[in-house]
Design a protein around this ligand. Structure first.
Ligand SMILES: C[S@@+](CC[C@H](N)C(=O)[O-])C[C@H]1O[C@@H](n2cnc3c(N)ncnc32)[C@H](O)[C@@H]1O
Ligand SMILES: Nc1nc2[nH]cc(C(=O)O)c2c(=O)[nH]1
Ligand code: SF4
Ligand SMILES: [Mg+2]
Length: 209
């Protein structure tokens, strides 16, 4: 038992909710084949979260990172997206090191509330009103992807956009249940503030994972 706890703490084993080969549906890499690794555990509490079943870390088996990477190697794509839950609740150093050794490009989806561990080629930072991001995320984020649920989320997006690095891509993504109402506002916003782009959850339209 003690050994398992040690392995989990050091990132040798990680709580795996699911892993699947699909098309990245969102953000700057939308349309690219990718192997998704979804880790359990999140304490951010977004009211509109589309994977609430991920939150309770104790529900998910602790899987050896070698087994996670071996499963990814069965597919031809060499892009891995680590998501969750909030994946940065865990030490991602050992997993990303192994993925890089095997030739994978490593991307992450994060709320940024915990410091980044591990080696990433692309960091998608999606800040939340429900828990403040860790200040270290702003200089690391390659993509700022803000979910638009309410009109006030545009001002929230601008507040975070001020802090990211110059090269960081800025995207607005309609919250899925509010998309019929909010997409029109997002279109108008991007037309008048063209430094922003639209991100849609295209996998949901395509009915794929
Ligand atoms: C489920 S989260 C997991 C990663 C991390 N916890 C985060 O929030 O970035 C993956 C992405 O889905 C977005 N997302 C979650 N629920 C959504 C919803 N109902 N509509 C649109 N985007 C959503 C998040 O903002 C994030 O960019
Ligand atoms: N196809 C697909 N693309 C995604 N991009 C981000 C996702 C996530 O849940 O983090 C996701 C997801 O769950 N599926
Ligand atoms: S941070 Fe991500 S996983 Fe956690 S509740 Fe929010 S959207 Fe869901
Ligand atoms: Mg998703």
């Amino acid at each position: 038992m003690e050994n398992i706890i040690k392995e989990v703490k050091s990132g040798i084993k990680l709580p795996l909710m699911e892993a699947f080969y699909t098309i990245q549906g969102e953000g700057m890499h939308s349309g690219t084949a990718a192997y998704f690794i979804r880790l359990g555990g999140c304490d951010v509490g977004c009211v509109w979260c589309d994977v609430k079943e991920s939150w309770d870390v104790s529900k998910w088996p602790e899987v050896d990172i070698e087994d996670i990477v071996d499963s990814a190697l069965e597919y031809p794509g060499r892009l891995v997206v680590i998501t969750g839950g909030e994946p940065l609740m865990h030490d991602l150093g050992p997993l990303t090191k192994l993925l890089k050794e095997k030739g994978f490009v490593t991307n992450i989806e994060t709320s940024g509330v915990y410091p980044v561990t591990g080696e990433f080629d692309w960091i998608c930072f999606s800040p939340k009103k429900f828990k403040k991001p860790h200040p270290s995320i702003y200089e690391l984020a390659d993509e700022l992807k803000v979910v638009i649920y309410h009109q006030s989320d545009f001002a929230f997006a601008e507040k975070h956009a001020e802090k990211v690095k110059e090269s960081c891509k800025k995207l607005l993504q309609p919250e899925w249940s509010k998309k019929d109402r909010m997409t029109e506002h997002i279109i108008n916003y991007v037309k008048s503030s063209p430094n922003w782009k639209i991100s849609l959850q295209t996998h949901k339209f395509m009915d794929i994972p």
